[in-house]
Design a protein around this ligand. Sequence first.
Ligand code: CU
Length: 493
Amino acid sequence: MDIYFPLASTEFSPSVGINYYSIALQISGIGTLMTGVNFIATILKMRAPGMKLMKMPMFTWSVLITCVIILFAFPVLTVALALMMFDRLFGSQFFTMANGGMDMLWANLFWVWGHPEVYIVILPAFGIYSEIISTFARKNLYGYKSMVWSMVIISLLSFVVWAHHFYTMGHGAMVNGVFSITTMLISVPTGVKIFNWLFTLHKGKIEFTTPMLYSLAFIPIFTIGGVTGVMLAMASADYQYHNTMFLVAHFHYVLIPGTVFAVIAGFYYWFPKLFGFRLNERQGKLAFWIISISFNVTFLPLFFLGLKGMPRRMYTYSESTGFGPLNLIATIGAVGLAIGFAVLVYNIYWSFRYAPRDTTGDPWNARTLEWSTHSPVPEYNFAIVPTVTGLDPFWEHKKGGHQLYKGKYEEIHMPNNSGQPVILGAIFFFFGFFMVFSWWIPAIIAGIGVVVLMAVRSFERDHGHHISVREIEETEAKLQVEDTDVRLRGEHA
Ligand SMILES: [Cu+2]
């Protein structure tokens, strides 16, 4: 079973596995596309007064640009998967070797989506690191405008590099040359971002919290991933590296610091905003050291295995190849990673039981608006909509230079809750399930159900509801009292 044509065709993969692949990805792809539309509309239309685009937090910028990439990339995946489904379920010949089909058409469509997807997962991570690094260096983010522009340039370039995924599949020197250059160009805006983070750290009063440790480890590890990426970008050299463990090492050096570390860092950083208490820092730092060291023990040997000629996707090899010892080291690293993640999970359990509650709403002494409201955040977010005049408005407010909350409580307009998306999700599940097994009658019924429910939801006249001033006053008063209570108990404990 393979997701590439011709191996993905019914001829070579006769079981329903690939049906499942195409339909499950199709459904979750629609979800991603809808989320992209939603976030773009929210970011463009619902910012606080005074928050111009160039005053948004860098994380919000990264999400906006990511969603624009989603908007252009995911329809390609939708089409590719639909054609795949037609080939497998209805006997069409888009990607087959015979009857005018073209297997390379699949490779192209897949990676026209697939490479932008790399930036869809990495750009939000860049945003998370920007927030964390400026918070714990106690400085403004260096080069704000160049951070935004480099993400814009990355988003454009991400659409013109896809053929580097199959340099060796025979599209010739000219095409390889062009895609080689566009791919190497991406390292320029990425390098700008790396230097901006370094300049943000320069002469900062750095506080080594758990989220900051992951952000600091990201910089050198990701740089190794980036530099080996430039090596792979050279089409002629790629004839040597391709399909070896060198590639496997490269993309783990990009995507583990570029997404996994960022998700963990962001999780530690925003956890107190979600739940009202911080995760334990000692356990957090322990897990960090185990994970970051084990990561290198696991993946660094793969560079050398690749250069020695070990192909990827190999589950066994003869002892005479000499690949054994380095693979053993990598396996030890993988065990270390598992232990590190176990510590991380234990930390969540421990902190829920024993961690002291945060009473300030701002446990990190942070800079952006979300830290100026209570933790956990009340349903309306801010009792009074904050007024923004510059970057890092909460930091300016704390320094006393800027009044964040002007005026008095007013009614807050809220959307209503609805159970319909859950029901729609359930029907989608059954639709997908029936399609995978080609049970046509139930699939058609479920398909009609999906369309009908989408129409019902779209044409619903739901104007939401308002939270009254009294309710806001009561909630705020209660949160203040709770804050004081916890503080008193904390002092006596
Ligand atoms: Cu790529």
